[in-house]
Structures are given as C-alpha cells and as structure tokens.
Design a protein around this ligand. Structure first.
Ligand code: RB5
Length: 154
C-alpha cells in the first residue's frame, strides 16, 4: 500500500521509527514531515496527510502528535477520512474490523516505541469486516454529506 505519514515535534521520533516498520512490511511510505524535532503546529502536517488520503493519492495515512487528539480532530474534518486514535492493540484491531479506519493516529507521548510498532503492524494487516459495519459507515457518509456547509451562524 501507499501510506502517507506525518507528525508534529511530539511525534517526530516515533514517525521515524514507524517509517521503518512500513518499509519493512513492503509498503511505500511518503513522509509529509516535519524533517526534525523543532516545534511545529500539528494542524499543518495533519492537513497534508489527510488531504493525501481524502483525495485518494495514497491508500492510508499515519499521524502522530503528543496525545493523538489534535491530529484526530484535524483528520476527521476531511471527507472520507475515518481517523482512529489507537494507543492500544484492541482499538487498532477493531478500528479496522468495524470502522474501516483509513488514518491511524498514535499519541507519541503516550505509547512506547515497541507497542507503537505492534499497533501499526496490526492496523496495517487487519481487514474490514463489512456487513452491518458497512451500513454504519454509509450512515456516517450520509451525515458528512447532509451537514457539509452547515454552520451554527444565524
Ligand atoms: C504539542 O505540545 C501537543 O499539544 C500536540 O502534540 C498534541 O498532543 C495535540 O493534540
């Protein structure tokens, strides 16, 4: 698969490690930065990776910030993105089985390198179950379409 990866400064070290895992697994990895651990703003890098996934330039995305929360919020703003914050193996597995997650988010300040490697390997290999879960994803897509352009301003 073609996988886009990005982080902020809090996720930089883990990004470098996870790139190696993706390459070892035989995936093509496109690094959207940053190129070092200097302080940056996570929305800038979350946007780049999310755009690549949303536009189907890549098959999947991986995002890492301190908690994983900021990157999750950014990624789920984009059409057709199903970003899942997975700081444990159970969530990684079920985010694929039930949610067909196409962006994996990890908290670089929460998860150690060894666990993060296993989370990524699980997430990259588990297949979506479909069936009743597909119906639920279709409902999410319908919400996305019905509320696009919706505003709280009067
Ligand atoms: C950066 O200090 C931190 O706020 C960021 O990495 C992330 O945790 C945001 O959700």
């Amino acid at each position: 698969m073609k996988v886009a990866i990005g982080s902020d400064h809090a996720g930089f070290q883990l990004k470098e490690e996870l790139k190696k895992v993706l390459q070892e697994m035989g995936h093509e990895c496109i690094d959207f930065g940053p190129g070092g651990s200097e302080s940056v703003d996570y929305p800038d890098f979350g946007e780049k990776v999310s755009l690549a996934v949303s536009s189907k330039t890549v098959d999947r995305g991986v995002l890492i910030c301190g908690t994983g929360i900021g990157m999750s919020i950014v990624a789920n703003k984009f059409p057709d993105i199903r970003a899942s914050l997975c700081n444990d193996l159970y969530t990684a597995r079920f985010s694929r089985l039930h949610n067909d997650a196409n962006v994996l988010v990890i908290g670089g300040r929460i998860v150690g390198i060894d666990l993060a490697r296993e989370i990524l390997k699980t997430w990259m290999t588990v297949e979506f179950e479909g069936g009743r879960h597909l119906r639920r994803l279709q409902k999410i897509k319908s919400i996305e379409e019905r509320y696009s352009g919706w505003t709280t301003k009067t």
